[in-house]
Design a protein around this ligand. Structure first.
Ligand SMILES: [Zn+2]
Length: 179
């Protein structure tokens, strides 16, 4: 069961780089997200942004919802979501940052579980990924998910969501591996 991990009040940013990261943080509509949205749009895909699907915690917004295929798409910032390639703990206030970033990772996993439970396939894309390649992969997933025969839809969709939950990390890895 998920519990909010509270690292305590934020420390004063002690160096310019950390101050910059904190200042430039937007929750939604970041530049990599806008690039991915444009790439999806060019492929004729329609979606809504910054929404909470029914049946999930209202405080967890999804960056991009492709409602027809029930795909919940996130564009994760490398710093805040601990990208294995680019995330580095700031040197100052290290322990605070470690807890803070761990809390975000746990929250992401909990969000993914809630969405999967409500029938959504969660796809997370790193901000460092090529938006065209990510959009291409999402397009393929949509084709896969909407190709299911109507009569079997309910049960088999549910089953495939459970499968995908287990390899939601794989979805992300295979997205980065295409680079
Ligand atoms: Zn990264």
């Amino acid at each position: 069961m998920y519990e909010h991990l509270n690292p305590g009040p934020p420390p004063l940013a002690t160096n310019a780089a950390t101050a910059k990261v904190m200042r430039n943080t937007r929750r939604t509509g970041t530049r990599p997200e806008l690039a991915l949205r444009r790439a999806l749009h060019r492929r004729g895909l329609r979606f809504v942004v910054d929404r909470t699907p029914a049946g999930t915690n209202r405080r967890r917004r999804v960056d991009i919802l492709l409602r027809g295929a029930r795909i919940a798409l996130f564009v994760d910032g490398c710093f805040w979501h601990s990208c294995p390639e680019h995330s580095q703990l700031p040197r100052a206030n290290r322990e605070w940052w470690r807890l803070k970033l761990l809390g975000i990772t746990l929250r992401d996993h909990d969000t993914d579980a809630q969405l999967a439970e409500a029938g959504w396939l969660v796809v997370r894309v790193w901000e460092h990924e090529d938006p065209e390649e990510a959009a291409h992969r999402v397009h393929d997933l949509i084709t896969e998910r909407t190709a299911q025969p109507n009569d079997a839809k309910g049960r088999s969709a549910q089953r495939s969501n459970k499968m995908k939950l287990r390899d939601s990390d794989t979805t992300r890895k295979s997205l980065s591996r295409t680079r």
